[in-house]
Design a binder for this molecule. Structure first.
Ligand code: ADP
Ligand code: MG
Length: 679
């Protein structure tokens, strides 16, 4: 390409732009409307606008840091200040009074009237024509500016072949989804005509963007299905459980499996017995009893002489599994090994040796995937709370067990019920089982929402509940995106509550405590010595203390529905009637109000998930946590959910009738990152 020297090429490579065609799919983050000019007098705080004005005065100064202020005015006789904190000498000297500029940026109400901080600007003549298309703003990196990116994108776009060559989707398929051709879509997103629907473009719901999202989702869908086909063709250990051992395992449990648990276990048994790798997702609402099903699968694996790895997203949860599996499986002579990131030195060496020597069950966190962890004979990989992990992590654990000859079975479990459309995209490579029944004797959790102003009443409620022999949680969720700050908030609440409830034994649990201290607190809470546990969201997943029947969630207005549901799921596990108090800080946004209402209305995880999807408009942060680490360039699983059924059909059709097009799509959208294709 013209004008691309080594330095620019180097910067481009950081954006993964190597070939002309890479630019076609390097899509704008947003747009600037420079097709018109706004009079300074008509500017409004917060809006992005283009102004044409003349430099009146320039002031350079230094207050803690260099400062450049340029005052400009236009025909509307109003003035505007341009502010710069980073600038070069020549740049500052370039602002000569009388100079005519076209300026673009976000207008703010500053101390001295309207201003724009670090505007984009260019010198113009009174007759310099305006842009006819919206100006794209591309993802950039150091060493390359927007101007260059826009210029190169234009060059690349000029070389766009016609649709016969470019668009791999067969005509019939494209027509059936009512979307523009790929060429039209790309030209529209890179250079939207001035009359284009900018609101739709900004919201990424324009048909051109929908077409690109469709292709991207389709490419992922095809990639995942190919991965699945590929895996299914590999040999895996044949696992048939020993009937007598299963019977005595079940007889030792203090409960009988629910019908749903039995059904799902049956599905797993079938998968394990056919000598092909199982790829199964078990969905079940919080408290539905997934762990015991997993343990039964592990016992079956041991019967067949292969190892099981159990991976959980937090140490607390992994730890809890360790205890359950030990309790349930040790009587059968199974060795259960613990491996977490904090297991180091001699303990780690010992654990690694046991794993290599064939210990039947290995339980831990991400540490299981690290290099140096070598299994003797991994036959079953169980991943709990799958939504916390990505596809890639799942693959990494499975790869641990590949000795060339056999591939381990995979059982992934999630308590985050995800709407069907999302599941299609996120788990296209998995079979799904649902535990759609809670163990008997559970009473639904009563939920109320109260303002923070009524804290005293809540404290009183805890005092009464604990006096009656119940136990309670008080959760202090993320105040800011930092574990440290979260821990501090929990600490402060803990101290407050200790003062308010001096007679009560209160515990504190957060992510920054030493593992030993965490265990001590958890044990004391389980044993009922600690009556009230003040915790951060570390307790969100999996923690299971049936006697706890009151849950207080602070700052509930800040949490999403999925997280609220998870947290609430910590109570309602025993026979006692449980309650959940959602404490909110005013002011309450409309959306937050709606979320709290949903929580009050229902305990059903699937209904909550559907509501969640409906409530999250485009622009709201999307729970990547729900979908693992799927990073899409254009698509958004929530915003584009409605096309998923069509994507799934199209993937079927292409894999059946047009493998060439299917492959071309995968290469185009997933490119080198094709662990999918070759996994
Ligand atoms: P989750 O599906 O959320 O992981 P768990 O596996 O932690 O749920 O189970 C929640 C609680 O229910 C545990 O205390 C577990 O021992 C208990 N449990 C599991 N299955 C049954 C059952 N069939 N009857 C009664 N209690 C059960
Ligand atoms: Mg669980």
């Amino acid at each position: 390409m013209r004008g691309v020297g080594p330095a620019i090429a180097e910067a481009l490579s950081r954006l993964l732009l190597y070939r002309l065609s890479d630019f076609w799919f390097h899509l704008p983050l947003r747009y600037e409307d420079r097709t018109r000019i706004t009079a300074i007098r008509d500017l409004r705080n917060g809006e992005c606008a283009q102004i044409e004005a003349v430099v009146d005065a320039v002031e350079r100064g230094f207050r803690f840091r260099p400062l450049l202020r340029v005052v400009v005015s236009d025909a509307s006789r109003a003035t505007l200040t341009l502010r710069f904190f980073h600038f070069s000498k020549s740049q500052a000297e370039g602002f000569l009074p009388g100079l005519r500029l076209r300026i673009y940026g976000e207008v703010r109400e500053g101390a001295a009237g309207l201003e724009i901080v670090h505007p984009r600007y260019q010198r113009v003549q009174p007759d310099t024509p305006l842009e006819v298309a919206l100006t794209p703003v591309y993802p950039a990196t150091e060493g390359i500016g927007q101007t260059t990116l826009v210029r190169l994108a234009k060059l690349a776009l000029a070389a766009l072949p016609d649709d016969a060559e470019l668009d791999v989707l067969p005509e019939a398929l494209r027509c059936s989804v009512h979307l523009p051709s790929l060429g039209t879509a790309l030209r529209t997103v890179h250079a939207p005509p001035g009359e284009a629907d900018i609101t739709a473009l900004m919201a990424r719901t324009h048909p051109a963007q929908r077409r690109l999202a469709f292709d991207e989702l389709l490419a992922h869908q095809i990639g995942m299905r190919k991965l699945r086909r590929h895996l299914r063709a590999l040999p895996a250990p044949t696992i048939r459980h020993d009937q007598a051992r299963r019977r005595s395992f079940l007889a030792a449990l203090p409960f009988a499996l629910t019908d749903a648990q039995q059904r799902v276990l049956g599905e797993i048994d079938q998968d394990l017995a056919i000598g092909k790798p199982m790829l199964r997702l078990v969905q079940g609402d919080v408290g539905s009893g997934k762990t015991v099903v997993a343990a039964l699968a592990a016992l079956a694996a041991a019967d067949a002489g292969v190892q099981t790895a159990v991976m959980a997203p937090t140490e607390l949860l992994a730890e809890q599994h360790l205890r359950n599996f030990e309790r349930w499986c040790a009587p059968f002579g199974l060795r259960v090994v613990w491996l977490a990131g904090k297991v180091t030195g001699k303990a780690r060496a010992k654990a690694l040796a046991e794993i290599a020597a064939g210990a039947e069950i290995v339980i831990g966190t991400h540490a299981l995937m690290q290099e140096g962890v070598v299994f003797a004979n991994l036959g079953l990989a169980i991943i709990d709370e799958q939504h916390r992990f990505g596809v890639h992590q799942r693959l990494a654990l499975r790869n641990k067990g590949r000795d060339g000859a056999r591939t381990p079975h995979q059982l992934v479990m999630t308590a985050t019920p995800i709407p069907r459309t999302l599941a299609m995209a996120a788990y296209a490579d998995l079979d799904v089982s649902v535990i759609d029944e809670l163990p008997p004797g559970r009473t639904p959790v009563q939920t109320v929402a109260v303002s923070d102003a009524r804290r005293d009443e809540i404290v009183e409620r805890i005092r009464i509940a604990c006096a009656e022999g119940r136990q309670a949680y008080w959760v202090c969720p993320l105040i800011e995106e930092s574990e440290q700050i979260e821990a501090k908030a929990a600490q402060a609440t803990y101290e407050d509550l200790q003062r308010a409830l001096p007679a009560l034994r209160i515990g504190l649990l957060h992510g920054r405590m030493k593992p030993r201290d965490k265990h001590a607190v958890m044990d004391a809470f389980k044993a009922g010595e600690i009556r009230l546990l003040v915790a951060t969201t570390v307790i969100e997943v999996g923690v299971d203390v049936p006697n706890a029947s009151l849950m207080v969630i602070d700052n509930a207005e800040r949490l999403g529905l999925a997280q609220l549901h998870q947290l609430r799921g910590r109570v309602g596990r025993g026979a006692a009637a449980s309650s959940c108090v959602l404490v909110w800080q005013p002011p309450l946004s409309a959306l937050a109000r709606e979320r709290l209402a949903v929580m009050r209305e229902t305990n059903d995880g699937f209904r909550i998930a559907e509501k969640d999807l409906a409530l999250r408009g485009p622009g709201e942060v999307v729970g990547t946590r729900q979908t693992g680490e799927m990073n899409f360039r254009v698509a958004d699983l929530v915003r584009d959910a409605e096309v998923m059924p069509k994507v799934a059909l199209a993937a079927d059709w292409l894999l059946e009738h047009d493998l060439h097009a299917a492959d071309a799509l995968v290469v185009r959208w997933i490119g080198q990152a094709v662990e999918y294709a070759q996994a």
